[in-house]
Each structure stands twice: as C-alpha cells, then as structure tokens.
Design a protein around this ligand. Structure first.
Ligand code: ACO
Length: 450
C-alpha cells in the first residue's frame, strides 16, 4: 500500500465567508418596485461575481444565460485563467513554468493534491501508477466486443465506466482512501485503455504495460511495440508528449470538466463522472477540435482550397465553416497553450530533422487570420488545438486518437474538480432552471381521435 491516510489531500475549499471585500460591496436589483441586495464575492485574483443563490426565493426570478458565459458555477482553487491577458496557472503556477522540463505526473499530483509533491511523495505516486497500469484480464474481453472501426473515444468512455464494475469500492464517494486509489487507477489505466483501443482497431495484440518504463514511454510502448520489436521512446518524444499532456491537464470550468462536476454532484462515482467527461470532450467544439483542425489542414494541403479561400469561407456565416483551432470562450487574447505548442512544433521538427507541410499551412492560416479585421475585431486567436494535432502527428499518433490524447491529459483536472466539489461544504446537486416556452395547458387526445 503506497497511499495511506497520512498522504495529503488538496486543501478543502473555504467555507463561504464574508471577507472585508465582499461585505463592502453589494449589487442592487430593482424589480417591480422592490429593491433587492446581493452580496458580491471577490476571488483571490480579483475576479468578481454576485451571489444569486437566494435570487429565486427572494424575487421569484431566475437568470437566463444560454451557454453559461456569465455564470460562475462554483468557487474553485485549482486553475486560474485570465482570458483577457492570456494567463493560465495551475494552483497558482504559470503554465509556462512547466515547459522547461515537463513532467506530467508531477503536474497531475499538483492539481489533485494542491501542492507540488516532495521527492518521496512523487516516488510513491510513480510506484502506485506502475502498480495500477494493468487492466483486469476480464476487461480485455470487452475490447473484443467492439467493432474494429469503433471510435476510440466511445471505447474510452465505455471502459472508464466499466472500471466501476471491477473496483466497486469506488462507490464510497466520501472516502479519501478510496478516492486516492481511484485517482491513481484512473490516471494509470486511462493510457492502457487508450492504447488497447488503438491496438484493437489495428487488429494487433495488446502489449502489457512494462513496469520498467515511465508514464509516457510506457504508453508509447503499449501503442507501438510489436511482438519482436520493442518501441524505443527517445527524449524528444517523451518531452513533447509530457508537455502536451500538461497543457491539457486542466482548464477550469470548461464543457467536459463542468460535465464531470455535474455528474459528480449527484454523488456518482469518480469513474462514472470521468466517463461522462470523455463524452463531453468528444465534440468538435471542444476536444474534438484537434481532429477537425488536422482535417482542415489536410484539405487545404491537398489543394481543395487555398488558406485565403478557407479564411474567406470561415468568415461567411452562411457557409457553416469555422476556422478550426481558432477562438475560445474565455481567451480573448492568445491562448498561452497555443503559444507554447507553436514553439514546441518548431523545436520538435528541428530535433527530428523533419518537415511537415501541414505546419506551413497552419502558420499561413494563422498569419492571414491574425491580420484580418473579422478575427481581430472578435478577438479570435489560435487555441490549444491549433498546433496540438501537428505535434501528435509528428509523434506518430493517428488522427482518430487525438481526442483520446486530450482525455489522457485532462484526467488529473477532472479528478481534481470531482474531489474539490465532493469536499466543498454545502455542495448541492447541480440542477439549473429554465424558462419554459412550450404549450400551455392542453388535453390528451386518444390515438383514434387524432
Ligand atoms: N471561425 C470563424 N468565426 C468564429 C470562430 C471561428 N473559429 N469562432 C468564433 N467565431 C465568430 C462567431 O461566428 C461569432 O461571430 P458573430 O459575433 O458575428 O456572431 C463570434 O466569433 C463569437 O463566437 P461564438 O461562437 O459566440 O463564441 P463561443 O465562445 O460561443 O465559442 C468556440 C467558442 C466554440 C471555441 C468557437 O470559437 C469555435 O467554434 N471555434 C472553433 C472550434 C474550436 O477550435 N474549438 C476548440 C476550443 S478550445 C477547447 O475546447 C480545448
């Protein structure tokens, strides 16, 4: 047992308290001749919102905020984003500081447990991940039931959910020990499931995890080793993939993380909640955008359209086409992850002494868009997905697996958020309201009279 009850957990989120700042500020709502005051809450970086938890009971009103662009769903101490300035920090540490010698496992610990691990904590975590890398033999049979062409995101989501069948102790959602074990299992096994999904699609035998290898080389071994040829993961690949996973590790209340929190709010277990997160991530407006970007670049490269023609199409609302990998709900400036990946792409191709024409297409598209008033006026910049696909392609990861790679990276973030919510005093089931616009009272008509 490498994890015991003496090991740290992330600090509990603070109880709702009246600070000097919150006490001094109020928002007043005037409605139908009555005035209602609501407390203003200020975060540790000055983000400000007003607390409407009493709105309906005091006024009879609900808020309407399609897409939640103005809604703070929780208070969280995990990740800070300043979308106007292009800032991203994990537990207060700027994302750029992880790029020097990227170590995904260290960042996973940081996100989940709230502080950087000591040497001893890190070593114990690594041993634990190694211990949990393998899948129950019973799980392997499930892969056989999926058709060869099954999308690996569907397999990933199904198999993560299936983990709860093999480790029923995860149902004890309030136990720190169960949580610690479930987290290590999930971070470790997600890459085994991902690699097995790929091997199944290729009709190739599964490679057991190799306990001598660290996280990323072990994943690459499970993906690419052949019965008589061991895949050798060099430093360039290890570094690039560690960096890529770190840059995807958390992004506060995005669609998939909010899904994990939403599902977890019903006290569904960690595996079930993260399986839902995988499904939310799959869509092309979220994690699936990395696939859409590559398809767009390939289309342009094949000569179907020039970069100029594509940008023109993306500006035309009638076309239904968007410049994939551009724009973000929160960033109204450069996405700092895109900056790091853009630089990494250059470094990677130099280290590999290779070229990829898709990188040239991407750079051209970026240049055109950043000079175009349509994109400038709407603050549309490259997001994390714009360069990630090019890097994954260079590492030999097939396009179908891109969003799976995103999910492997995002797992520590989902886990951290699930636990933070679970530990928040007064946490309630997530249950938004609506403004009903359907039929008014109508009568049932028997089928033979319709
Ligand atoms: N190409 C062309 N126009 C765009 C793009 C784009 N990529 N993104 C936004 N716009 C336009 C919209 O048409 C809209 O124009 P309008 O004001 O004239 O109507 C305006 O910019 C605002 O766009 P919204 O869709 O309202 O922005 P929202 O915050 O809802 O969406 C999103 C953000 C989904 C990321 C959007 O920018 C998009 O679809 N981008 C392409 C897909 C993509 O790259 N997704 C990955 C996001 S990062 C991630 O999930 C990891």
């Amino acid at each position: 047992m490498f994890w015991d009850n003496s090991m740290p957990l992330a600090p509990r989120p603070p109880e709702k308290r009246e600070t000097d700042k919150t006490m001094s500020k109020k928002v007043t709502l005037n409605y139908e001749g009555q005035s209602h005051e609501f407390d203003v809450r200020v975060g540790s970086e000055g983000e400000t919102g007003f607390d409407i938890s009493q709105l309906r009971s005091r006024t009879g009103l609900v808020t309407l905020d399609s897409g939640y662009g103005n809604t703070g769903s929780c208070e969280s101490a995990i990740t800070y984003i300043d979308g106007e300035k292009g800032v991203l920090r994990y537990r207060g540490i700027p994302i750029e500081q992880f790029a020097q010698s990227p170590n995904f496992i260290e960042v996973a610990w940081l996100l989940i447990f709230g502080k950087l691990p000591t040497t001893e904590e890190y070593a114990e975590f690594v041993v634990d991940l190694r211990r949990h890398a393998n899948l129950d033999e019973g799980m392997k049979h499930h892969f056989e039931g999926f058709p060869r062409h099954a999308h690996p995101m569907a397999i990933l989501s199904a198999m993560i959910n299936a983990l709860s069948c093999f480790y029923p102790e995860v149902m004890d959602v309030d136990s720190p020990e169960s949580f610690r074990n479930a987290s290590a299992r999930l971070i470790s096994k997600v890459r085994t499931i991902a690699a097995y999904a790929f091997r199944h699609s290729q009709g190739q035998p599964y490679n057991y995890p190799d306990p001598r290898l660290t996280y990323v080389p072990n994943f690459m071994h499970m993906m690419f080793s052949q019965p008589y040829v061991q895949y050798e993961c060099d430093d360039t690949v290890r570094t690039a993939l560690n960096l890529l996973l770190i840059l995807h590790a958390d992004h506060e209340q995005n669609c998939s993380t909010s899904t994990v929190r939403m599902v977890g709010s019903s006290q569904a277990n960690l595996f079930a909640s993260c399986s839902a997160g995988v499904s939310a991530l799959w869509g092309p407006l979220h994690g699936g955008a990395n696939v859409a970007v590559l398809q767009m670049l390939e289309n342009i490269h094949k000569g179907n359209l020039t970069p100029e023609e594509y940008v023109k199409l993306a500006k035309d609302k009638e076309s239904g086409v968007r410049l994939m990998g551009f724009g973000h709900r929160v960033y109204k400036n450069f996405d700092p992850r895109a900056n790091i990946l853009s630089e990494q792409a250059g470094k990677l191709f130099a280290a590999m002494d290779r070229k990829d024409p898709l990188l040239d297409v991407a750079r051209k598209l970026e240049q055109i868009a950043l000079e175009d008033p349509y994109f400038v006026e709407r603050n549309l910049y490259p997001n994390v997905d714009f360069y990630s696909g090019i890097i994954l392609r260079a590492l030999g990861i097939p396009t179908d697996m891109f969003t799976v790679m995103f999910a492997i990276g995002r797992m520590p973030g989902w886990i951290a958020h699930w636990w933070e919510q679970n530990q928040t005093p007064g946490s309630r089931i997530s249950r938004p309201r609506q403004i009903y616009t359907g039929n008014q009272l109508s009568n049932y008509v028997p089928m033979d009279q319709r």
